[in-house]
Write a protein that binds this ligand. Structure first.
Ligand SMILES: Cc1ncc(COP(=O)(O)O)c(C=O)c1O
Length: 443
């Protein structure tokens, strides 16, 4: 039977997409690969269903088995994060943040968070950017929060504790938001959460980027350090399906969070990904510590290897990073290659995928988010592919050949493809269970 031409076209494009990624070095700090077992969950019948409401109290029928899955998923996650309450219904990290804003604030309440130019996420942003260098964000545009910025040490790449204490006491925000999209060093939760609590502020920690490092006990432990709630994406350093969750440090936050998640922020909550998340959590219980340790070792090793080759990785005096992320100042290539957009494109041509990013001082130098002075690099996905410190030296060599020696990107792409051929298997993951899924019938 002839395949429909549009259908064929889509399949061809998907194939090309797979070929590109299979032969590339994936360095985007916000992405990861799911294991075959997690992917299998995505094609179960759960992808057709709804389960509005809480476990055991659904307002949709047919969920007697899904209730067991979500219950198990929550148990596994509570164990990993050592927390008394978790809501698995937010469908992404942004929706998890919106759930917190809905539960603990009202329109026009104040929130303090770091600004986007210094590494904040768009979900912390005000309705309208307060400088021309970047766009506004979800907290203001959707939740109508009045966002003020936490004072930030642009060159030390962290929140300024003394100035933030003053700001919290003066502004008395309804919400204090920790966390970042360029998250190199642990945030001062221990220092600032007690001050926020003194003035009646709800403290949330956005662990979207560092959730896997926290669950693997390799970063700070925000709940023990005093945060009230924690939001996260389940698919960055935590290698699960694309989803979000809210974690609470106390059961007494549970009712507000549950109501905000449903009916506030979700109807369908992507049930197949709850099953995938349960599998990812079981994998993480087994392999998470070893994995997250290697992620950080690789990030530091890549920082060092790039730095030694004349590539300006920021914060050399602090060993570049304590997380999966390093930030590279590429402004010295402005005349030879260009800024973030051009460097990103050149890397992409050479099959190296890393994204342009604002440097914290870019707005002082009149650079904006479209063509910033930095490139952000993450080690979490290449670690899943089994790469170790010695492989970071090879990757740094590719950067050196491309950016400094100016070797043709097509030639580097071939070298990258050869290098990648040794890394086609996923590590720190359960094996595929194809045979076990014989109950899945595609009709
Ligand atoms: C700090 C932070 N919070 C939230 C998000 C949003 O997560 P999602 O894409 O899952 O909505 C991101 C995404 O990169 C992020 O960096």
């Amino acid at each position: 039977m002839a395949i429909d031409p549009d259908h064929q076209k889509i399949r061809d494009i998907l194939k090309a997409h797979h070929e590109y990624w299979k032969n590339s070095i994936p360095l985007i700090a916000s992405e990861n690969l799911t294991s075959p077992s997690v992917r299998e969950a995505a094609i179960t019948d759960l992808s057709h269903r709804y389960a509005e409401g809480w476990i055991g109290e659904r307002v949709y029928p047919g969920n007697q088995y899904f209730d067991d899955i979500e219950d198990l998923c929550i148990k596994l996650l509570k164990d990993l994060f050592d927390a008394p309450f978790i809501d698995t219904r937010p469908i992404s990290g942004v929706v998890a943040n919106l759930t917190i804003y809905t539960a603990f604030a009202q329109a026009h309440d104040k929130m303090l968070a770091i600004s986007i130019p210094v590494g904040g996420h768009i979900s912390f942003g005000p309705n309208k950017a307060k400088t021309g260098a970047f766009i506004g964000g979800t907290a203001g545009a959707v939740s109508r929060l009045d966002v003020d910025y936490l004072p930030f040490d642009r060159y030390g790449l962290n929140i300024d504790v003394d100035e933030s204490i003053k700001a919290i006491r003066k502004i008395k925000p309804k919400i204090l938001q920790f966390g970042a999209s360029v998250f190199l060093f642990p945030h001062p939760v221990k220092e600032l959460a007690p001050v926020a609590h003194e003035v009646g502020t709800h403290v949330n920690y956005d662990a979207a980027h560092v959730a896997g490092l926290i669950a693997g006990s390799q970063f700070q432990d925000p709940i023990r350090e005093g945060t009230d709630t924690m939001t996260l994406s389940t698919h960055k350093t935590f290698p699960g399906p694309q989803k979000g969750i809210v974690v609470a440090a106390h059961d007494n936050f549970a009712e507000k969070i549950k109501t905000a998640a449903f009916p506030g922020m979700t109807s369908n909550h992507h049930l197949m990904h709850v099953a995938g998340l349960a599998i990812a959590a079981a994998e993480f219980k087994k392999f998470g510590k070893e994995y997250s340790k290697q992620v950080i070792k690789n990030a530091k090793a890549l920082g060092q290897a790039l730095y030694e080759r004349g590539i300006h990785v920021v914060c050399p005096e602090k060993d570049f990073t304590e997380s999966h992320t390093i930030l590279v100042d590429i402004t010295n290539f402005q005349n030879s290659i260009g800024l973030g957009a051009e460097v990103e494109q050149l890397l992409e041509k050479a099959h190296i995928v890393a994204n342009r990013n604002l440097l914290p001082w870019d707005i002082l130098e009149k650079r904006n988010y479209r063509n910033p002075g930095g490139i952000r690099i993450g080690s979490q996905e290449i670690t899943r592919l089994g790469m170790k410190e010695s492989d970071m030296v090879i990757i740094a060599e590719f950067f050196h050949k491309l950016l400094i020696k100016r070797i043709n990107p097509d030639k580097i792409a071939q070298e990258v493809t050869d290098f990648r051929s040794d890394f086609q298997k996923l590590h720190y993951a359960f094996d595929s269970l194809h045979q076990a899924y014989d109950f899945i019938e595609i009709i």
